[in-house]
Design a protein around this ligand. Structure first.
Ligand code: G4P
Length: 525
């Protein structure tokens, strides 16, 4: 059992939320507890403000910041915690989906006034696909919001996961008095303070008269009533169900006031999983195997056009990653050595000599890596599970400088390798279609093609509803479908068949008329 102690103490996770629910604030408070930063306000928000969508230079600046905050590692009570940051702006949702393939669990932040919002719902779908264990933090209890029971119902119905409160708020907004920690039977009183940790009242259990003294008899009675209801309605918390992604424990608090955050963190380190076995096309790889393996889940380009270098983010899956050791890059068959791999502690990047399963290593790269690439000590392994999702916006990309078509092609290929967007080639007219999840990526692509590759492009509208990957066991049915829909057929970069549906109606009809064809909305099926 190589490296077992190191593996067991690692917790690699992401915090996800709809923009503005409090992800950045919560991240910062977790870093405060880990001693990784010392004052609030030290974590720069990685979100691209809505107002900045047309201001490309601002985005560039903010992307610069996000390299440093891409992974934040810190030590807490003997645990090594790695938080993987995800971009707040929804136009970069695809980046977030991929980051979720590299985490072992997730904390979802929900605003108590707004409940479950669109982005949260989508991200939860990705977690559900992978059975990722989820803890939910209901934030902003210091503000007026919804009834906590309503919130629980909404979490269950909207996120399609069973929930189990492990803490419970005493009032909300101006009357918010504190939180009863069901998991540990403790009571914490709320004092609005951005830097200080909450005040703990010593009690035996909720029936202790000291609860009445602390919050008053009326609120104490209401708390007991609520807890009774919770015990009646929700089954006891079962750690195995949480680990299987079937039930999500829920905590209440206020990230801004550092309230309820320590309780969340203490429970998180105890119950959240250490790195799990990972499935490859060949076999399942256990983290405690002797030989090293890992995969690239994110590539971050240097936005400086004079240095077209990138950082490839590698998640270590098994064995030990060592600086200067020879590793095999499976896709190319090349043997590579890394003299300056970086690790991320707090917000600092520094060269590391070794890293263990669960850790993320930054590999300086000049174009060797693609998203999903595997590195191993030698064994032929291909990690799975970096899906592409059907994009939501599509445009034809056209070359506007015929002298630079090579540059354009190269630029497009490299940007696609980085996972900025997806490329489909229409097999009917051979035109290239770029698919993204947001308008912003089109601006990013055009800007980067020009500044990094000297290529100019123009976008032309195409009215598409969805691109879906198709396949069938019945070769004849597949051929018949492709013939009938020949104008709407494309291939992705791997040459797989993609059907371009121009409306939901067309897609529904196609599904009805061709029952032998399977339509997929992610590239992994
Ligand atoms: P995000 O990363 O999920 O997008 O959210 P972020 O942490 O940036 O928080 C969004 C806004 O909500 C911030 O205010 C933040 O201060 C506020 N906030 C976070 N947690 C709480 C909480 O527990 N209670 C209250 N009342 N507010 C909270 P902002 O005005 O948009 O930004 P800032 O100027 O304060 O940074």
């Amino acid at each position: 059992m190589a490296n077992n102690a190191e593996i067991q103490r690692r917790r690699t996770f992401a915090i996800i939320s709809h923009p503005d629910a409090g992800k950045t604030t919560l991240t910062e408070k977790l870093l405060l507890f880990g001693g990784a930063i010392h004052v609030a306000g030290a974590v720069k928000s990685n979100k691209i403000k809505k107002t900045a969508t047309s201001d490309w230079m601002e985005i560039e600046k903010q992307r610069g910041i996000s390299v440093a905050t891409s992974v934040m590692g810190f030590e807490y009570e003997g645990y090594k915690i790695n938080i993987l940051d995800t971009p707040g702006h929804q136009d970069f949702a695809e980046d977030t989906y991929r980051t979720l393939t590299a985490v072992d669990s997730v904390i979802i932040v929900v605003d108590v006034a707004k409940g479950v919002e669109m982005q949260t719902r989508k991200l939860m779908e990705v977690c559900r696909m992978r059975n990722t264990p989820v803890i939910i933090f209901v934030n902003k209890l210091d503000r007026e919001g919804r009834d906590p029971f309503d919130i629980l119902d909404e979490l269950e119905s909207e996120l399609k996961i069973s929930v189990r409160p492990l803490s419970w708020p005493i009032n909300i907004g101006a009357r918010f008095k504190g939180v009863y920690n069901i998991y540990e039977n403790t009571l914490d009183l709320f004092t609005p303070d951005k830097q200080r940790v909450s005040e703990r009242v010593e009690i035996d259990d909720v029936n202790d008269p000291r609860v009445d003294e602390a919050v008053g008899p009326v609120d104490a009675a209401k708390l007991r009533e609520d807890l009774e209801l919770i015990e009646g309605v929700y089954p006891d918390f079962d750690e195995q169900e949480y680990l299987a992604g079937q039930v999500a424990p829920v905590f209440f608090g206020s990230a801004l006031n550092t309230f309820g955050v320590k309780e969340l963190l203490d429970c998180f380190v105890k119950i959240a999983p250490s790195p799990k076995p990972v499935v490859t096309e060949e076999r399942t790889v256990a983290p405690d195997e002797e030989a090293f393996s890992g995969f690239v889940f994110k590539i971050h380009a240097n936005m400086d056009p004079n240095h077209r270098s990138c950082i490839a983010f590698l998640k270590v899956c098994s064995g030990k990653f060592e600086r200067n050791a020879p590793y095999k890059h499976i896709r190319s068959g090349k043997v590579m050595k890394f003299s300056s791999p970086t690790a991320f502690m707090a917000q600092k990047k520094s060269v590391v000599d070794e890293a263990y399963p669960g850790d993320i290593v930054g590999l300086p790269d000049t174009g060797n890596f693609k998203i999903g690439d595997t590195l191993t000590s030698g064994e032929e392994l291909h990690f799975r599970g970096i899906p592409s999702f059907s994009p939501e916006m599509f445009k034809y990309i056209e070359n506007t400088d015929p002298m630079k078509s090579k540059q354009l092609d190269k630029g497009i290929q490299q940007l696609m390798d980085e996972g900025v967007a997806q490329l489909f080639t229409n097999t009917f007219n051979n035109r290239k279609i770029i698919g993204t999840v947001g308008q912003l990526q089109f601006e990013v692509i055009q800007y980067r093609l020009l500044h990094e590759y000297g290529a100019q492009c123009r976008w032309e509208p195409i009215s598409l509803y969805k691109a879906c990957w198709i396949e069938s066991d019945d070769a004849e049915a597949l051929a018949a479908f492709k013939k009938r829909k020949h104008q709407f057929m494309a291939v992705d970069r791997q040459g797989r068949d993609v059907f371009l549906a121009d409306s939901n109606y067309v897609l529904q009809m196609a599904r009805q008329d061709f029952p032998k064809i399977n339509f997929h909305f992610t590239s992994e099926f």
